[in-house]
Design a protein around this ligand. Structure first.
Ligand SMILES: Nc1ncnc2c1ncn2[C@@H]1O[C@H](COP(=O)(O)OP(=O)(O)OP(=O)(O)O)[C@@H](O)[C@H]1O
Ligand SMILES: [Mg+2]
Length: 238
């Protein structure tokens, strides 16, 4: 299936019309950005790796009964997806202290949280994705009470599966962000799950295998993502 009109250009992906009116083509670019687009680079293979990773993790979650938006993979960097109404609340699940949580509360990174924590953020580049309470999210009309309860529950369930998945690869899942969409009266997991929106630390060494490598100039992001691909798929990226 060929890509139709470009509907939306994001920082890491493009959304195209497909030949089916209720479906879109999600194209993963090689672009990496950090600090809301302040830092940018093109990382060879990133689009292919993130497409493969999203497809693999979504397949795994679907096998556990979690609904998502992907219909099928069309090519190395393209996924055919149901066109959903993206919910304007990003769902972050944290197992350990890191990133903005560490900064906000003045805690060192790495501390294990007593239980997984769900946080909601407003999906808004112009506002820098601020943290939002459930009450405020309802007042702002971003989601209803039951939707937020569902997002929280789904976030924790996805976390359980992803902890197990990454654990099989000797990697600790520190935190991750997911987006959901409304589709035919249901809420489905949408967008992507990749190392762009997660923190993945090698068990034992704490070596970072995620986009923090780019944010903090720790190593080459392309090399890091190719290494991650090799660990997950058991072979080098072709
Ligand atoms: N099935 C879908 N239907 C419609 N839109 C989708 C779907 N899946 C993902 N999207 C949206 O497509 C866009 C993907 O682009 P990208 O992830 O690069 O955006 P971004 O730069 O992170 O910015 P933002 O997510 O704030 O729009 C996102 O806005 C995402 O919410
Ligand atoms: Mg995005």
């Amino acid at each position: 299936m060929d890509r139709g009109a470009l509907l939306y250009e994001g920082k890491a992906k493009q959304v195209y019309a497909s030949s089916e009116p209720n479906r879109v083509i999600l194209h993963f670019k090689d672009d990496a950005t950090a600090f809301n687009g302040v830092k940018m680079a093109s990382i060879g293979d990133k689009g292919r790796i993130n497409t493969a990773m999203t497809m693999h993790l979504f397949d795994r979650l679907a096998a556990a009964g979690i609904r998502h938006h992907v219909v099928r993979q069309l090519g190395p960097t393209d996924l055919l997806c149901e066109r959903v109404e993206i919910i304007g609340v990003e769902v972050v699940v944290r197992n350990r202290v890191a990133g903005s949580f560490a900064k906000r509360y003045g805690i060192e990174e790495g501390r294990v949280l007593p239980e997984p924590l769900v946080e909601f953020f407003v999906k808004s580049d112009s506002l820098d994705d601020p943290l939002v309470t459930e009450d405020a999210a309802v007042m702002l009309g971003l989601a209803s009470r039951w939707e937020l309860a569902y997002l929280r529950h789904a976030g924790l369930e996805i976390n359980d599966h992803l902890i197990r998945f990454w654990g099989e690869h000797n990697i600790d899942l520190i935190d991750f962000k997911v987006e959901f969409g409304r589709h035919e009266g249901r809420i489905v997991l949408a967008d992507e799950i990749t190392a762009d929106g997660a923190r993945l630390w090698e068990r034992g060494t704490g070596r970072k295998l995620d986009k923090d490598v780019f944010r903090r100039d720790l190593a080459d992001l392309g090399d890091t993502y190719r290494d991650l691909y090799q660990r997950v798929f058991g072979k080098a990226l072709g």
